[in-house]
Design a protein around this ligand. Sequence first.
Ligand code: IVH
Length: 366
Amino acid sequence: MNELEQEIHTLSEQLAAYQKAYYVDNRPLVSDLEYDRLFDRLVALEAKHPHLKRVDSPTQRVGSDLDSTLGEVEHTIPVLSLDKAYSDGELLAWIEKTEAKIGEDVGIVIEEKIDGISIVLYYEDGLLVRAVTRGNGMVGNDVTANVKTIASIPLRLPTEANLAVRGEIYLPKANFATLNASLEVPFANPRNLAAGTIRRIKSSEVAKVPLQIFVYEGFSKDVVQSDHLQILSTLASYGFRLNPNLGYFAKDGVQARQALEAAGLSGFGGSFSDLASYIQEHTLKRSSLDYEIDGLVAKVNSVSAREMLGYTGHHPRWALAYKFESPQAQTVLQSIDVQVGRTGRVTPVARVTPVQVAGSTISNIT
Ligand code: IVH
């Protein structure tokens, strides 16, 4: 390396570390002034010697004025959705059913269900090569240049692994309020503004919006992990931003707390009997969070148990979304019939004009 290459290298490494400290760890290592000075120096050097600009240069955070195409790309992992439940009873029943299926006790990780934009980050040999929206689960839009402006997303990992990481891009509520107030045509919610932003043609426009990310799944043939807590902890060690509001539940609450601690993760550990109150507290906590969530996600911790449970075409059988609000629809009551069961129990049945609710047609209601 000559002197110039060395300087570009050192600046890139330094700035990447400063970005991680500031945007992921919330612990700035240098003053804004010093950061800007180094950043501007690197921008100038790269402008003068474009061939020396690294593919993972931290200057990409400011985006580019050039139009990007948002072409369609095929996912190399199945990007599935989640099955849903609307009560803690349903969730507990699902846990019991899951234990029966695999014939052993399970540990369940509970994460917040972030109401943002689902994204898959593809790393090859440790480099972020593609960021793709969920799309239809098989094909999504290539939004790499835009995603690279999100400073809490590592452009290079401290390992040369090939990795696919799933996460949710969102706009913090506070930023949404200020930004939206300045728009001629305001957006209805932070999710819509984030979705519009991530599809912008110029990444320099995206860079102006303080988008954030929480990552929640990692897939890799190179890095073998035995459970989800370990996957999360590895993702954190690679520099990804995790949601600290995590719960881990098992038959034995003490063991659950130990497992969280062993993985170096913050969060609530408890037994399954704590689950209902955890959900209730979280439902109340929802409005005080700086981002929108529309539920919680329960996930089987053990990777081998996940493999045994497998997938349907739509969702993994090892995860379940608990939604805060059940889907609603309005219709017209036609008549009320009375059904008499075998035991003589009487059940009134409302016959209504058929109406679509969350994908199913409802015409009878008990
Ligand atoms: S796990 C195979 N965890 O919810 C893994 N999804 O309704 C499936 N989402 O498409 C996803 N927060 O975009 C998972 N903590 C979380 C999540 C989460 C938000 C989104 C995700 C998914 C959608 C399903």
